[in-house]
Design a protein around this ligand. Structure first.
Ligand code: C2E
Ligand code: MG
Ligand code: MG
Ligand code: MG
Length: 284
């Protein structure tokens, strides 16, 4: 009797598993197709000065509209792309699109940097910097206006080689942001050895700071740490004015989040900037 029940549950389980596997396989096939055909687009989310709302930059975020009509969340397809060796190509496409967007914005008089999320495993490839430079040359883009975002977790995973690569990037004038800071386990010694420019506080801290004194203190420590390390600091995921005020009180001057603007396609960004009441980082 027990064995029978056991056998039945195994059967149900394996059917569910088979469905999950074939769904994943289908999605993977679609993803490969979308990457090869360069169909994954970018949205741009403004970064602003928390005190006066001044536009200080954008972050480029990948957006994949599946042929079924729905958008697949980046957390899902980025992970998938990482697991099957597609991420290098995807990130390259996103970088190219970001450069094109940067030029379009400059043409509109909007002269601020765009930061691009990249995967640590690609940044450490020996030809990474050369390829990046070749792209900037081809598109005639100022490398100082493209920043990189690498998550804290990936900086740790690539610990053995990334230090040198970051030095090379810094010498070229590029800025590197450590993304989702506070969710990894980097040591202070490691952090201070890296040629970083900006520490980006993970949104979970922004959301929790009002609930507990402890989280408030942790956030304060992170902001102070950035100052000690000589890094600028930016907070992500700001949704309320209270969060904005609290961050200012703690000494964080830059942020991004739905309170200011959601990620938007380029055309919408241009009209958003036109109607935006914060002071703007325009040329001239
Ligand atoms: P991330 O780099 O930490 O990006 C911030 C995420 O927070 C984005 O999610 C953004 O849409 C979301 N966000 C911004 N403000 C708010 C807010 O006020 N409230 C809430 N609830 N969310 C907010 P998204 O676009 O879903 O991207 C998720 C992650 O996927 C990114 O996290 C990044 O790690 C990764 N990713 C996105 N695009 C790329 C890419 O082109 N290449 C690579 N390698 N990773 C990417
Ligand atoms: Mg990011
Ligand atoms: Mg982040
Ligand atoms: Mg993230």
């Amino acid at each position: 009797e027990h064995a029978k029940r056991h056998g039945l549950s195994f059967l149900v389980y394996s059917e569910a598993l088979a469905t999950a596997i074939s769904e994943r396989y289908a999605l993977l096939k679609d993803l490969r197709d979308a990457v090869v055909k360069d169909q994954i687009e970018i949205y741009l989310q403004p970064k602003v000065s928390l005190e006066n709302g001044e536009l200080i930059g954008f972050e480029a975020l990948a957006r994949w509209k599946h042929h079924s009509g729905s958008y697949i969340p980046p957390d899902q397809f980025i992970t998938l792309a990482e697991s099957c060796g597609l991420i290098g190509r995807l990130d390259e496409n996103i970088m190219r699109r970001s450069c094109v967007a940067l030029k379009a914005l400059i043409e509109q008089g909007i002269h601020v940097p765009i930061s691009v999320n990249v995967t640590g495993g690609d940044v450490v490839r020996p030809d990474y910097f050369e390829r990046l430079e070749a792209l900037f040359r081809e598109l005639d883009v100022d490398s100082q206006l493209i920043e990189l975002e690498i998550t804290e977790t990936q900086l740790i995973e690539e610990k053995a080689v990334i230090c040198k690569q970051l030095d090379v990037l810094k010498k070229s004038g590029m800025k590197v942001n450590i993304d989702d800071f506070g969710t990894g386990y980097s040591s202070l010694a490691y952090l201070s050895s890296l040629a970083l420019s900006t520490l980006k506080i993970d949104r979970s801290f922004v959301w929790r700071m009002a609930d507990s004194e402890k989280d408030w203190q942790i956030l304060k420590m992170i902001i102070d740490l950035a100052q000690v390390l000589g890094l600028s600091v930016i907070a992500e995921g700001i949704e309320t004015d209270i969060q904005r005020q609290n961050l200012i009180d703690l000494g964080c001057q830059q942020g991004q989040g739905y309170l200011f603007a959601r990620p938007m396609p380029l055309e919408q960004v241009i009209s958003w900037v036109e109607g935006y009441s914060g002071s703007l980082g325009r040329t001239q």
